[in-house]
Design a protein around this ligand. Sequence first.
Ligand code: ZN
Length: 423
Amino acid sequence: MVGDPGIAVTSVVRAPGSFTARTVAGVRSETVRSANLSTILRELHFRGPASRSELVARTGLTRSAIGALVGELVKAGFVDEQRASSDGSPGRPSPVAAPLAERNVTVGVDVAVDSLGVAAIGLGGNVLHSIRVDRPRARIDVDATIDDIVAMVRDVERLLAPECRIFGVGVSVVGLVNRTDNTVAIAPNLGWRDVAFGTRLHHALGWRTEVVVSNDADLAALAELRRGVAAGVRDVLYVWGEVGVGGGLISRGEPITGAAGFAGEIGHLPVNPDGRPCRCGAVGCWETEIGEGTLLERGGRSPEGGRDAVDALLADAEAGVDAAVEALRAQARWLGIGLAGLINVMNPSMVVLGGLLGRVFPFERDDVAAEIEARAIESSRRGVRVVTSGLRGDAPLVGAGELAFEAVLADPMGALTNVTSRR
Ligand SMILES: [Zn+2]
């Protein structure tokens, strides 16, 4: 956490007698100010432009405090404040504060099996510029990936306004990530193991800004919770499937992370002891039944066919070609079986299907519903809605940008010391 204000206060309060009450109060008021700046910037980032009156109502701070704090954020270049035209209500019109998206960005990077994505995300959450390139499966080693990302980031950087400041880089990787050191522990679908990806990309970019790395499904879930169909929902099962399958499990508004942050690997839920070998080394994991390769194989195509082959299979299914219809029915059955188990465990109010699973769901809705009906406990399934991702394939990219905003939102003024300016 950048500049966690709580630490400074604790050390001062615990220090022996040499500190006067005034010093402690001074540090405290500084801490409170920093926390309040954070609160206001979060409001504007997540909920959009707001008048001073609205900020008073939402934060419980006084009008004069809001005025001073917004003034600081304006001076620091985070916010623009414009005088609102009077809406006819009595009293002075309240100026409207808006996040300055073009001036304050993070860079989101998505390392998928078939493609790389890079986007500039503005304060306030809009994607300002975005590039995605397909890549051959032969080009997924770490060095080639970093070279390609750096080239794409430079392309996006050229599109940014001259006064733009880059506050961080967030990376989504299709694999297990150790969040404490931004290392990819294992990415079976890329063939990576123990790769210090955050550090290596940081050096390759040569920026001051921090590079943070996380799992693609976790970031897709984060994006969906903040910007997508699950906004405001507190108990969400997010299932992200492409070649592999991952998940984001949100309970009471908080992600379930597990002891070391590896929770949510629902793709490796054992479902079929007589099934196919999985890239993780086990047999019959859920992703071996609902992943892209198996869908294509069941439809009589090469499992390595990728997105184009899936598109062709879906077109066949629409035209009523038996092999394609049957392949989707088999996938739907296994999708429903796994979801029923997870619904029983988690009791979510919403299940969001993203990536490939979002694309196939319109074909599989009835079969999936029948499996859930047959297998999930009635009290748990009664309240659950199964929906597809609103952000589609860009969910991990948007989530990566959001992850990189965390440090700015936690301590806006502290983040200014760690910024990369456009040259
Ligand atoms: Zn597995």
